[in-house]
Design a protein around this ligand. Structure first.
Ligand code: PGA
Length: 235
C-alpha cells in the first residue's frame, strides 16, 4: 500500500481541513493518506485519512513554553507526526540525536513518527549527500525503535519548496541507500517516502521508482484541486 502524506506547514484553517477531509474521504483509493497539520488543527482522522502533527517535543512535559508533547498530540486523536523536517531542524537547531528523542516520544505515545532526512545543496555538491542521508537514518531513528514503528521520508533539502524535482536516478540512488541502511539496522518493514516538489503531474513516475513507498507533499497538499489528483494518480 502506497502512502500519500501532505504537509500543510504553517497554513490552513479548521474550515479548510473539514473540506479536505471530506474531499479525501470521497476518493476511492487503496493508498493510505496522512495529513500533517498545524497543532491548532489536530483532531482524530477517519478510515480514509490519518491526521498528523508536524513535530513533537523532545520532552515529556513541564517548563517548555511554546512546546507541545507527543502525549498532547495523541490526546487530540491524531495518530502520527513528522519529526526532523528540514524546516523544523533549521528553526530549532535540531541534531539527529534531537530528532531521535522526538521520534522516541512519538512512539512512546502511540504516534507513528515520519522521520525526515535529506541533504542540502552544499552537501550534495561536496559529494557528501549520501553520507549525510545514511547518518540521518542511523542517528535519527531511536535506538529502541522496532520494525514497523516508524516511517522514513527522504527530503532533498535542495529541492523542497523550490519546484525542483531530482531526476529519477537521483531519487532511486538515495532510496537504495536508505533501504540498505535500514536493512543493516534490522528494519525490513519501514516505508520510505520521497518528498520535494511532488505534483499531480510527477507523482506516478516518482511513486513507481524502486524503494519509493509513497510521497510527502508540501505546497501541492494545500488545495483539494491539487492534492486529490495526486492521490488519484498515485495508483
Ligand atoms: P514541497 O515541500 O512539496 O512544497 O517541495 C515538501 C516538504 O517540505 O515536505
Amino acid at each position: 500500500m502506497k502512502i500519500i502524506a501532505g504537509n500543510w506547514k504553517m497554513n490552513g484553517t479548521a474550515a479548510q481541513l473539514d473540506e479536505m477531509i471530506a474531499a479525501v474521504s470521497n476518493v476511492a483509493t487503496r493508498a493510505r493518506v496522512i495529513l500533517c497539520v498545524p497543532y491548532t488543527l489536530l483532531r482524530a482522522g477517519n478510515a480514509n485519512i490519518m491526521i498528523a502533527a508536524q513535530n513533537v517535543s523532545k520532552f515529556d512535559a513541564g517548563a517548555h513554553t511554546g512546546d507541545v508533547s507527543a502525549a498532547q498530540v495523541r490526546a487530540t486523536g491524531a495518530t502520527a507526526t513528522l519529526v526532523g523536517h528540514s524546516e523544523a531542524r533549521a528553526a530549532l537547531g535540531d541534531t539527529n540525536a534531537d530528532v531521535a528523542m522526538r521520534a522516541q516520544n512519538a512512539i512512546n505515545n502511540d504516534l507513528m513518527p515520519i522521520i525526515c532526512v535529506g541533504e542540502t545543496d552544499t552537501e550534495r555538491d561536496l559529494g557528501t549527500g549520501a553520507d549525510v542521508v545514511r547518518r540521518g537514518v542511523r542517528e535519527s531513528v531511536p535506538q529502541n525503535a522496532k520494525n514497523g514503528e516508524f516511517i522514513i521520508a527522504y527530503e532533498p533539502r535542495w529541492a523542497i519548496g523550490r519546484g525542483i524535482t531530482p531526476s529519477a536516478p537521483q531519487i532511486m540512488d538515495m532510496h537504495k541507500i536508505i533501504r540498505e541502511t535500514l536493512d543493516e539496522m534490522g528494519f525490513d518493514n519501514t516505508p520510505v517516502l520521497y518528498g520535494a516538489s511532488v505534483t499531480a503531474q510527477n507523482v506516478r513516475d516518482i511513486i513507481n521508482i524502486k524503494n519509493v513507498d509513497g510521497v510527502l507533499v508540501g505546497g501541492a497538499s494545500l488545495k483539494k484541486q491539487d492534492f486529490i489528483p495526486i492521490i488519484e494518480n498515485a495508483e
